[in-house]
Design a protein around this ligand. Sequence first.
Ligand code: URA
Length: 257
Amino acid sequence: MSLSTARLDRFISEHCRISRRAVRLMLAQKRITVDGCIADEIGQRIDKFSKITLDDDILQANQALYIMLNKPIGVVSATKDKLHKTVIDLLDEQDVFFDGLSEQKESLHIVGRLDLNTSGLLLLTNDSRWSERLTSPEHKVEKCYRVTLKNPITDNYVDAFADGMYFSFENITTKPAKFKIIANKTTDQVNEYIAEVKLIEGRYHQIKRMFGRFRNPVIGLHRQAIGNLLLDDNLATGKSRHLTDDEVLGIFTKQQA
Ligand code: URA
C-alpha cells in the first residue's frame, strides 16, 4: 500500500461535482490553494495529507498521525478483535489526548505488529509511505528487542543469529540479526538469562522461533526501539503519545553497529 496521489483538478471536480473546465477557471482565478499556496497548475498532484481550500473553505485537511504506544502484554496488535482488547481500544481510553481527532483514529494502521504476549514499542500511523519505509527489508530499519529466556545462553547463539536461520514453512533464511548477551547468571538465588536482539525484518513469531532452534523458550519479549526511536521511558504501560516531528524523520537515521 503506498500513499497514492491524485490530480488536483480531478479531486476538485469530484468533490464539488463540477466540470474540470469549471475547475480550470477557478485555478485561473486563483481561488484554490494547496498547503497554503495558490494553485495554478491543473495537473498538480495531491495526496491525502494535502490541505486544499476553495475560496477559504477547507475541502480536505487530513492530519498525518504518528503515535507511539507502550503495548502491554495481553493486548492484541489489531484494530478489531472479538476476544481481546486491541491497541486501538487503548487509544480510545485516552480520548482527551486525541482532542478532536477521534474520527481519524479509523485511518490508523499498525507498523509492525507485536504478539499478544510481547510488550513495548508499537507504532501506529495513517501515513502508509512512512510505515512502508519502516517495515520494508531493503531499508534495514532495526527493531531492538530485550529477550528473557528460560535457560542459559551459550556462545554459539551469536553466530547462529548473524548467519540467519532457514524457516522451511516460508522457505526463507532470516536476515543477519545482531545478538548481545545482557545477563547470563545462574546462582542459588536467581537465574537470569537476558539477550538483546536486533532484527531488520519481522517474520511471524521470529524471535520465539529463532530461540526455539536452541530449545530455549522465550519467557519475556519487549521491543525497546525501532530505528533511532527508543520507547519513551516516561510512557507508562498502556499509554501512548504523538511522535515529535524530529522523531518522525529521525527514526530513519542510520543506526550505530
Ligand atoms: N518476534 C516474536 O516472536 N514476537 C514478536 O512479537 C516480535 C518478534
